[in-house]
Design a protein around this ligand. Structure first.
Ligand code: ADP
Ligand code: MG
Length: 258
């Protein structure tokens, strides 16, 4: 026997090794990511922070397999397809809330009765049980993002990739969704890689914050967030940590601005 399978706990849920991404070619080529290496442990909540244009979305797209890497390696444990969520909920406007959440279940070929039960459960999870028959335009921005979250959860993906999912929401709605996401993450033991340019949001949510430099994106700093949960975004501990990360980010942006 030459099997060297490691125990699950030591295998990264997402493993990036020297990931490089170049857009275009020749004179107009853009080096977006330069040798990004990062392991995300199963069940870990990692926030990726960096200035606009530093390659955060690019990195998520590469992990999701939406675009090809130019160098290095990307591996998701067990070859699982990650769930994806963006700033725009991208719901089907002509479908009800329930039907939107049902889409991935249909694509997965679940029988009708099972789909019904799953949709009801997922709408409960995101606290939209009473809104099943509404259409997206009847909902607030926060509610639409809850629908998008339920739809993503319907994939049963162990890894969730979130690209500034709450970036368009007001602060109070965002606070609520932070609480909800944290609850769902811990109950379902999800692995989350969450992109934001909001350092406080990162400190509120993350087990670990990873900072990307301005283009080309490289990991320049990372820190564990040892603040016990539940956390409050306006607590002094979160504010202090956010200030520290902001300082790092500011010196990085300043360095590139010169
Ligand atoms: P972020 O999400 O951190 O704001 P992106 O990953 O969207 O950054 O973009 C990183 C860099 O790559 C930017 O300079 C952007 O202009 C460039 N870029 C992104 N997508 C493409 C593309 N399809 N073609 C060419 N350049 C791109
Ligand atoms: Mg982006």
């Amino acid at each position: 026997m030459t099997s060297l399978t490691l125990p699950q706990s030591t295998t990264a849920a997402v493993a990036l090794s020297g990931v490089t991404k170049v857009y275009g070619r020749g004179d107009t080529a853009v080096l977006a990511l330069d040798g990004v290496s990062l392991d995300v442990a199963p069940g870990e909540f990692v926030c990726l922070v960096g200035a606009s244009g530093c390659g955060k979305s690019t990195l998520l797209n590469l992990i999701a397999g939406l675009d090809g890497i130019s160098g290095g390696e990307v591996a998701v444990a067990n070859g699982a397809t990650p769930g994806l969520m963006f700033q725009e909920p991208a719901l089907f406007p002509w479908l009800t809330v329930a039907a939107n959440v049902e889409v991935p279940l249909k694509l997965r070929g679940l029988p009708r009765a099972e789909r019904r039960a799953r949709v009801a459960e997922l709408l409960d999870v995101v606290q939209l049980g009473d809104f099943a028959k509404r259409r997206p335009h009847e909902l607030s921005g926060g509610m639409r993002q809850r629908v998008a979250l339920a739809r993503t959860l319907a994939l049963d993906a162990p890894v969730l990739l979130m690209d500034e999912p709450f970036g368009a929401l007001d602060a109070m709605t965002r606070d609520l969704l932070h609480d909800e996401l944290e609850r769902i993450w811990s109950q379902r033991r999800l692995t989350v890689l969450f992109v934001t340019h909001n350092v406080r949001e990162a400190a509120r949510l993350a087990d670990r914050i990873v900072l990307l430099s301005s283009r080309p994106g490289r990991i320049i700093y990372e820190t564990r967030v040892d603040v016990p949960r539940p956390r409050r975004i306006d607590s002094s501990e979160i504010a202090a940590l956010a200030a520290e990360v902001t300082d790092r980010l500011r010196s990085e942006v300043g360095r590139h601005g010169q």
